[in-house]
Write a protein that binds this ligand. Structure first.
Ligand code: ACM
Length: 267
């Protein structure tokens, strides 16, 4: 399976331009599964919910139609980040769009910093979607700091965690090696690059997008600044064994009964 990561610099509120950029990169190289950054269609640095509301889309929005067509044209499934409007809620969402025309949605569970002022917390929970016999889990950016997110996807059978991101802290990329190791699966973190200013609010994004494999090695790594679409070949089945050695298994050796204080409080 060929897995591709797009690292680029989305422009704030410029959905048409961002879709054109995405189209340019994803039609240049063959892939089976592409992962794009968080909020790839809209940019990230909104100062108010009202401003964010200008670029939200429902499931019938232009980006859904665009990615459905792009998935058909390229023959690959695409995970992309967007600002989703549903009734009076706005979610920071990731969508898995397949060439068969399906859209599977994940709404970000753990909102980061000022996102709390403009988005509603996700209500989908973590789900694993099977596409052409590969089991894909979705989480978004700051979900990385809660190991329960990746663990839930792993216990649900996920072979690859697709991880759209707009990272500003330094530790995620290294931590995703641990998420791979402790869960015995692949992770694909698609981060963005660039400085995004909006009034007095600015963020610098850290790049370093990557693909990690179940033994914790990086199979692909971008620089902090480059904009590119890179593809690497993986065998998702390598995520099916949870053996550490002849006697240990990541899953069979878990002892959930002990994963809380025995007395319920400090002795
Ligand atoms: C983040 O969750 N965008 C840091």
């Amino acid at each position: 399976m060929k897995i591709g990561i797009l690292q680029f610099r989305p422009q704030l509120k410029e959905v048409d331009k961002n879709l054109a950029t995405i189209n340019k990169y994803l039609t240049r190289k063959k892939f089976d599964l592409a992962v794009l950054p968080e909020l790839a269609t809209t940019g990230y640095n909104f100062v108010s919910r009202r401003e964010l509301a200008e670029v939200t889309e429902s499931r019938s929005g232009q980006s859904f139609v665009f990615f459905e067509n792009l998935a058909v044209k390229t023959g690959g499934a695409i995970v992309w980040g967007m600002a989703e409007k549903s009734r009076n809620k706005i979610y920071n969402s990731a969508v898995l769009t397949t060439p068969e025309g399906d859209h599977h949605l994940y709404r970000k569970t753990h909102l980061f910093y000022r996102e709390k002022n403009i988005f509603d917390p996700g209500n989908t929970g973590f789900n694993v979607f099977e596409w052409r016999r590969v089991k894909l889990g979705l989480m978004i950016c700051f979900d990385w700091i809660f190991p329960e997110a990746a663990r839930t996807l792993a216990l649900g059978g996920s072979q690859i965690i697709c991880h759209p991101a707009n990272l500003v802290m330094s530790f995620c990329q290294d931590s995703m090696i641990t998420r791979s190791l402790e869960n015995g699966l692949f992770t694909a973190t698609a981060n963005r690059v660039g400085l995004e200013k909006n009034g007095r609010q600015s963020y610098t994004f850290t790049g370093l997008s990557q693909v990690t494999e179940p033994k914790g090695n990086r199979l692909l790594r971008f620089s902090r600044t480059e904009q590119a679409f890179k593809v690497v070949k993986i065998n998702p089945k390598l995520a099916d064994t949870k053996k550490v050695n002849r006697l240990n298994s990541l899953f069979d050796d878990r002892r959930p009964g002990f994963y809380r204080l025995k007395s319920g409080r400090v002795a």
